[in-house]
Write a protein that binds this ligand. Structure first.
Ligand code: 5GP
Length: 425
């Protein structure tokens, strides 16, 4: 037991100080289920434990992807429904991301057909105030009322659809449509005295709408409860079975799919390139194995290697470090039905255009051609991400970091208008 004194209480959870860590809290989820801002309330024995399982499993996926979250540990059965989180000051805004029109959006927009796909995804803000039924706020209102700064809101507005995207991917792998999602953020102290925005609060089966096979009639989430006028004991038992199913399914979110990249070099002199690729793949958590094989000199051996690799219990993507003739890429591509990415090793005497024309003109060279080793690793990660939500989320986060770098570079580019051109327009 890590619980210290109680420090706060929500509609369905209790927060305690952590008995040994001053900057952590213990979250215990309750067996209550409520709707209509608490107007309808029931108790389902064991719901708190299922909510803790669901929340901690969602957060394990998001943490593995590199998202900044408050989640530290716990939530599984042996933790007695205790989740340890970083202490932060909650920002009283519910950030809702919608991929499909449903719920309150339809009430506010009666002209929109239920089930309309929202592209791009819609981000909405609701101020947490039960007495006023959580009114919708604009970004301007949030900042004007001092709820958070505009830069904090910008971070929340960028992170929320990424969180949605990662969870939508995890559900999609189980043929379940994530319709919408509510998240909340907190402000945590950094060791350097500054603050940072973290995804906080619980994310459980009350926080989203999920429709198996995209069919609303098959919904698994809290909407089932919202739709019940006066729930009977039987209704609540059936609802609990859905919560159990969701907790179990969410347990599969972060399971590794066992993807692997086989780097095939035409010569051992390509090793520095292979090492750059392995290092970039490691950042996505993807194992790589390197081989040397020549299409010209050892064709039978090269074919045998490809067959051995194809027979492994893994999803395989090949990256070939091809020489100028690119014969190795074409050879491997013909020998396997798995994807092959050609990453030409550009020697000192090679002009970039010459490489491109020699690679792109002949047909059947490889599934794709990528010039930089790090980009070849990213291309392989994207292929493996189709079947692996952790890898997918890490790709999402790497693209987020790249965007941030460009925006920061633009901010430092010396233009008073910040348009990236030194000396202004
Ligand atoms: P809506 O605005 O359509 O009622 O809800 C949008 C999404 O946010 C739904 O997935 C819903 O479950 C979630 N949501 C809205 N309000 C709350 C709330 O107070 N608590 C939780 N956990 N989720 C909410």
């Amino acid at each position: 037991m890590k619980r210290g004194t109680e420090v706060g209480r929500g509609k369905t959870k209790v927060l305690y100080a952590h008995s040994d860590m001053a900057d952590a809290l213990v979250v215990v989820q309750q067996d209550d289920i409520t709707a209509g801002d608490g107007a309808k309330r029931n108790t389902i024995a064991g719901k708190g434990r299922l909510a803790a399982l669901t929340t901690s499993r969602v957060y394990r996926l998001l943490n593995a992807c590199g998202l900044p979250t408050h989640f530290l540990s716990g939530g599984e059965d042996e933790d007695a429904n205790e989740m340890v989180v970083r202490r932060c000051e909650m920002i009283p805004i519910e950030v809702v991301v919608r991929g499909v029109a449903a719920g309150s959006y339809l009430k506010r927009n009666p002209g929109v057909k239920a089930g309309t796909v929202m592209a791009p995804r819609l981000v909405e803000y609701f101020f947490k105030d039960d007495a006023r039924h959580d009114p919708q706020y604009t970004a301007e209102q949030i900042v004007e009322e001092g709820i958070c700064t505009s830069s904090e809101l910008a971070v929340m507005t960028e992170l929320a659809p990424m969180i949605f995207d990662i969870l939508a991917h995890a559900w999609r792998r189980q043929r379940v449509l994530l319709v919408d999602l509510k998240v909340e953020f907190g402000r945590a102290r950094r060791p350097d005295g500054g603050t940072e925005i973290l995804l906080a609060d619980v994310i459980d089966n009350d926080s989203w709408r999920i429709w198996p096979a995209g069919d609303q009639a098959l919904m698994l989430d809290k909407q089932i409860y919202r739709n019940m006028a006066v729930p009977t004991a039987g209704d609540l038992d059936a609802l609990k079975a859905k919560y159990e199913e969701v907790a179990e399914r969410v347990g599969r979110f972060a399971q590794p799919a066992g993807g692997l990249v086989a780097i095939v070099m035409g010569s051992s002199s390509d090793r520095p390139h292979a090492e750059r690729i392995s290092k970039a793949l490691a950042a996505f958590g993807i194992p790589a194995r390197a081989h040397v094989a020549s299409a010209h000199k050892t064709p039978a051996f090269a074919l045998q290697r490809v067959q051995q690799i194809d027979n492994m219990l893994a999803d395989v993507v090949y990256i070939t470090l091809a020489g100028r003739s690119n014969a190795l890429s074409a050879f491997v591509d013909a020998a396997t039905a798995n994807p092959v990415i050609a990453c030409p090793v550009i020697g000192a005497n090679w002009g970039g255009m010459e490489v491109l024309s020699s690679l792109l003109l002949p047909s059947g060279v490889a599934s794709s051609v990528v010039l930089e080793p790090e980009n070849a690793a990213l291309a392989a990660a994207k292929i493996l991400a189709v079947n692996d939500s952790v890898v997918y989320g890490r790709v999402v986060m790497s693209q987020y970091r790249s965007r941030k770098q460009i925006m920061e570079a633009d901010g430092h580019a010396g233009s008073p208008q910040g348009n990236g051109r030194a000396g202004g327009a």
